[in-house]
Design a protein around this ligand. Structure first.
Ligand code: GN1
Ligand code: MG
Length: 364
């Protein structure tokens, strides 16, 4: 069965029986596969949905993951009645997924919107910061213990380093020799990269319900006025630290270049974007932050960047099993770009810390 037929079949299982017009592949994310499926309704009007094929190599228990998402989206819908929201469709037997062989499918409403991989308009960046800050606040009273950990130790940087060390040792794809420089850099900054994890283990940073994958392209903006409508990609909503959300967002949005830019020397943190995102994010969250959370917020950007570099590098060494790659060496290109960004962040840390303090004062 080709993909066209397969997607049509999946849609029928989600009780969409209208005329199937076809699908478009949506470039979204490095882990799941996403398709926009288009229908013509009986009245002649078009209607689209999003169908995703969940990567079960990354998410070992997708059924529990869907349970998380169901509860989280319901919680958010209750906080914002009447507003644009994500709805997962159900099958005849009330499941939010369809399993066929190794494939795990789900379906949501399609929200007409704009997304950005890089943003140079500071109002839009600020809106994204507000959206992730608001998301964080909406889940502040969510029962943390009811959440299944979809990827255990997702932002446990110590564990990520252990994984990298194991991949180096195993050298499955025979690539370790060519990446000595990258290995050396990452191992040299290990303790500073693990600072959030260590502070949390010592009981000095509180757990919250966090999104954990706060790339700016996970915010849907209104095509009318670029206001942020909704935060998507809830697969990794789990207990986490505030710095995981802030740091990952900056890592992605405030980089001068895209995260897989082959010209790594061009990577670096744009302080104007950093400030705009921090203003938006902290306008929502500053009042709830502990002193230690504020103190480590700028550092969290370095932490998340170095951590992702260990993940890309480990995957490169393993033979590209986890992240989808577009060409041979893609994971190494990503690693180098993250390392260059991390180095620049270390240089600019005092300025980033000052901006955080300014934004916290302004928001209080
Ligand atoms: C993955 O698939 P996507 O783009 O939403 C990864 C993130 C990384 C990101 C890097 C579940 O996210 O942690 O930061 O790639 N998600 C998972 O682009 O591993
Ligand atoms: Mg994601």
């Amino acid at each position: 069965m080709d993909l066209h037929e397969k997607l049509h079949e999946v849609c029928k299982q989600f009780r969409i029986y209208d005329e199937f017009l076809g699908y478009e592949t949506i470039q979204m994310g490095n882990v799941n596969r996403t398709y926009k499926v288009n229908f013509r309704l009986a009245d002649g009007n078009p209607k689209s949905f999003l169908v995703q094929n969940v990567n079960t190599y990354a998410f070992r228990n997708p059924v529990a993951l869907m349970d998380n998402i169901d509860h989280v989206t319901e919680h958010i819908r209750e906080k914002k009645p009447g507003q644009v929201a994500l709805h997962f469709h159900h099958t005849v037997d009330r499941k939010t997924y369809v399993i066929d062989g190794d494939n795990f499918w789900r379906m949501t409403n399609y929200v007409p919107s704009v997304t950005y991989n890089s943003v140079h308009d500071m109002d839009i960046v600020r809106n994204a910061g507000m959206a992730f800050g608001e998301f964080q606040m909406q889940l502040a009273d969510f029962d943390i213990s009811s959440l299944y950990e979809t990827i255990p130790n997702f932002h446990n940087t110590r564990k990520r380093y252990e994984t990298l060390a194991a991949s180096i040792k195993e050298n499955k794809a025979g690539r370790a020799e060519e990446v000595q420089e990258e290995i050396n850099f990452l191992m040299n900054v290990r303790d500073i990269a693990c600072r959030l994890t260590d502070l949390h283990s010592a009981g000095k940073l509180p757990l919250r319900v966090t999104h954990n994958d706060t790339k700016i392209n996970n915010v849907l903006f209104s095509p009318k006025d670029n206001s942020a409508m909704i935060v998507i990609d809830l697969d990794t909503v789990m207990p986490g630290l505030i710095g995981h959300d802030f740091g990952d967002a900056i890592r992605f949005a405030a980089n001068f270049v895209e995260e897989d830019c082959p010209e790594a020397e061009k990577a670096g943190v744009d302080l104007e974007v950093f400030r705009a995102f921090a203003e938006g994010f902290l306008s929502q969250t500053a009042k709830t932050l502990t002193e230690m959370e504020v103190e480590t917020l700028a550092l969290s950007c370095f932490v998340l960047t170095a951590e992702l570099a260990t993940r890309f590098l480990a995957d490169y060494l393993d033979g590209d099993l986890y992240f989808h790659t577009k060409y041979p060496g893609h994971n190494l290109v990503r690693t180098r770009c993250q390392i260059a960004l991390a180095k620049d962040m270390l240089k600019k840390m005092p300025e980033m810390e000052k901006i955080v303090r300014d934004c916290v004062s302004a928001a209080k």
